[in-house]
Structure formats: C-alpha cells, structure tokens
Write a protein that binds this ligand. Structure first.
Ligand code: AMP
Length: 423
C-alpha cells in the first residue's frame, strides 16, 4: 500500500466547504447524562480543524459513535436476539437508544475546546444538514449527526457517499481509528471529491508506515494480548520485517504447547498449536529472533484475589492459569528492548487488569520509556496501560487506532487510506 498520501497542506481549501471525517467515537458516561468520560479523540482532531478554519475553509465535520440501530427493524432484531420481549420494543425506545448515541455532546465539548460555536445538524444528509451546510461560511464549523444513523453508512452505500459529498467540495479524512472500515463516510465518499488526509492520519502513516517500511534497526516487535488467533496476521507479517519478535500475554501458552509444555488451565488455543510451531520454524529459517517466555506467573483462579506462583514455562500445574510473564522473562524482554532501534508494542503481557498480574506489562512499559529507540504503541490495551502508568510522554507515538493499527501491522490495505490521493 502506498502511504505517501496528499494532506490538507497539498490542497487549496480557502473559501471551500470541507467534509472532515473525524473519529469522535468517545466513551460516554453510562448514566445517560451525555457526559464524555475521555475527550482524547476530540482533542486529537483539533490541529486539523484549527488549520482548516485558519485557512478560511467552512468545516463540515462528521463521525460515527457506537453502534446504533440504523432502522427500527434492525433495532427489534438485535434486541430480540439479546433475549428482549419484542412486545416491549417500541419506536420510542429505539429513538431513545439513538438519542444516547447523538453527537450533540461532542459538539458542545468541541466548541469549548475550540473556543467558538460548533453548529449541530439534526441529521446526517437530511434537510437540516443540507440547509446548515449550504449556509455555512468560511471559518465556521458544523457537526453532522452520527453517520451510523444512516443505514447506508456501514454498507458503504454509494448513494449515501454521494449525498455526503454533495455537502462539500473537498474531503479530508482524519479518523485513523476508522480507516480499516470501508464505510460511506470513511471511504466511499472519496470517489466523489478530491480526498486528502488530515494531520492525525499523516502522523500515523509517517510513524507506523515508516517503522514498517524503513525502520531504524534492530526492529523489535512485542506482541501480547489474549489470543494467537487474533494476532496471526500481525505475527506473520512482522516475521518478514522485524529482527526480534517478543511474545507475551495469553498467546504464549499456545506457543508453550507447541514446544510440548504443560499449560495447566491457561488460555490455550488448541487449534492454533500447529500454527505456532510453523511460526517458530519460519522465524528460525528467516533468522528472526523469536523470544518466548522462560517463566510465568500463575494464579489458582481468574480473579484479582487469586493465589500466585511463578513456574518455568511448560510447567504450569493442573488447575493453575498462567496470567503474566515471570521475573526471568521480564529481564530477558527488557534487555531485548534496550538496544533496539525501533520497538512496536501491541497487547499486554498479562492480565494487567489485576494488579497481581500487571508486573510484566508495567516492566515492558517502563523499559520502553527508558530506551532511546523509536517507540510505537499500537492502540488498545497497551496504549491504555502506558497512559495509566504515566509513560505516555516518553513514547515516540501512541496510535489512536486499535483495530486500524493492528490491520496496518498486518500489512493489509486500509480502505480509508487507499482512497486518498497519492502525493
Ligand atoms: P487483546 O484484546 O487480544 O489485545 O487482549 C487483551 C486482553 O488479554 C487483556 O484484557 C488481558 O487481560 C488479556 N490477557 C493477557 N494475558 C492473558 C493471559 N495470560 N490469560 C488470559 N488473558 C490474558
């Protein structure tokens, strides 16, 4: 995939209406108050928004939020599948469920952050959005309603893409968290307008794309999380690129089983043992160092209050679960990071949600904060761990996309990037 895409700097936006796809899918308080519990994604969009407004563009921002049911019928189907009584599923309830996923609270927060009014449209491409977009003046900003209120969004319906495009003269994508999805507002719309990236996507492409295409070596990839099956593509692709691959998290037990070890009650994907063996062989034949844990911290149950015990890899007793990398492994992994040129990290080393099994993840985060290497944290849990532990400032880059970053590391084509104009 070509990562060298045109950006907002390469296109004249003065006096133009710009449709800007953001990732405003922010976490909201569960009490229905509309309070945003973390506005990081809104802040991340500010540089592009401010640049466009300063350049004299009229900005029509849009985003999805959550997974609303786009039609009453799909709402009834989904809720019935969840076991709800169909008789209780009124249209009012459907409308209420959509209201809870309105972007109105985002408009309010964005307005505070920008220090200027952010107009809100009551729909996506309906009469209100069209009238407000038509009246929008340079330097003003309008936010459309949740793009997933439209049934055509997730189907990448060309009619919706065209309706969105008709609101503006230029399309700017800055929603890195959504570029792995071919939806009407993330990809389809680019067929109808000149399409470029904003600063957030530019940065993600520069840093992650740069590390994959032309890394400062040695390139060390640290992979953790729960399952091998969700990281297969990443392991496979990184075996072509990395100098060292470090394995932690629940998936280490599938590798341990491949070495003939005892895994007790640990997370084990029996169907992936052969694959793990294949990856070990592939690493050996390519001269890639594949580091596997030498010990593990086990618990007698999957709980924060579990009794703990450190065992050598392959010696997990029956009834015990491996829930973190052990102290010897921590030393081994931290040493491997010390002399790296680039480190890419995706997935925690253990069940870091329980303090007794968070040490491996903490130690890796600390080691990354101390190295001179380019350090890239690939979204999701590892990003949250680095932030919680206070190491965020010491990292070169923390990706804003979980799924998008994973697919990027798999070497997959990202539809929301592929659709942008090449430089
Ligand atoms: P993922 O979404 O695949 O990146 O996985 C993240 C999750 O993996 C976290 O919630 C961790 O608690 C979990 N995890 C990490 N190590 C283990 C382990 N040894 N056993 C079970 N779950 C784990």
């Amino acid at each position: 995939m070509n990562y060298n895409k045109k950006t907002v700097r390469d296109i004249d936006v003065k006096g133009k209406k710009v449709l800007l796809r953001c990732d405003f899918n922010v976490p909201m308080a569960k009490d229905g108050s509309g309070a945003i519990t973390d506005d990081k994604r809104i802040r991340a969009a500010l540089p592009t928004i401010q640049y466009l407004l300063e350049q004299g563009a009229a900005v029509i921002a849009c985003s999805h939020m959550g997974k609303p049911a786009a039609t009453y019928e799909s709402y009834v189907k989904k809720q019935t599948e969840k076991g709800k009584d169909p008789a209780s599923l009124t249209r009012e309830k459907w409308e209420q469920s959509r209201k809870e996923l309105s972007l109105a609270p985002v408009a309010a927060r964005l307005s505070q952050l920008l220090g200027k009014e952010v107009m809100m449209a009551a729909d996506v491409v309906g009469p209100d959005a069209r009238a407000k977009a038509a009246a929008l003046q340079p330097g003003q900003i309008l936010l459309l309603e949740n793009t997933r209120f439209e049934p055509g969004e997730t189907k990448n319906d060309p009619a919706l893409a065209q309706a969105l495009a008709s609101l503006a003269q230029v399309y700017v994508s800055d929603a890195f968290g959504a570029v792995h999805r071919a939806h009407a507002s993330t990809a389809g719309v680019a067929a109808f307008l000149p399409a470029v990236s904003g600063f957030l996507i530019e940065k993600e492409l520069d840093i992650i794309g740069g590390a994959l295409a032309n890394p400062k070596r040695p390139l060390v990839a640290i992979l953790g999380g729960s399952k091998v099956s969700s990281k297969i593509g990443v392991i496979n692709n990184l075996l072509e690129i990395a100098d060292t691959i470090i394995i932690g998290g629940g998936m280490m037990f599938t590798f341990s089983a491949a070495q003939g070890g005892k895994t007790g009650a640990s997370l084990l994907e029996a169907g992936w043992v052969d694959y793990a063996r294949e990856m070990m062989d592939k690493a050996a034949s390519k001269g890639v160092k594949l580091l596997l844990p030498v010990d593990a911290v086990c618990g007698d149950k999957f709980d924060a209050s579990a009794k703990t015990m450190v065992v050598k890899t392959g010696q997990v007793p029956d009834g015990w679960m491996g829930m973190d990398i052990g102290p010897e492994t921590v030393k081994l992994y931290c040493d491997a990071v010390k002399n790296a040129g680039t480190v890419i990290w995706n997935g925690p080393m253990g069940v870091f949600e329980f303090p007794a099994f968070a040490k491996g993840t903490q130690a890796v985060a600390e080691a990354l904060s101390k190295t001179d290497a380019v350090t890239i944290i690939g979204g999701g849990d590892s990003a949250a761990a680095v932030q919680q532990l206070g190491y965020a400032e010491q990292m070169t880059h923390i990706s804003t996309g979980g799924g998008a970053c994973l697919e990027f590391m798999e070497g997959k084509e990202l539809p929301g990037i592929a659709c942008l104009l090449d430089k």
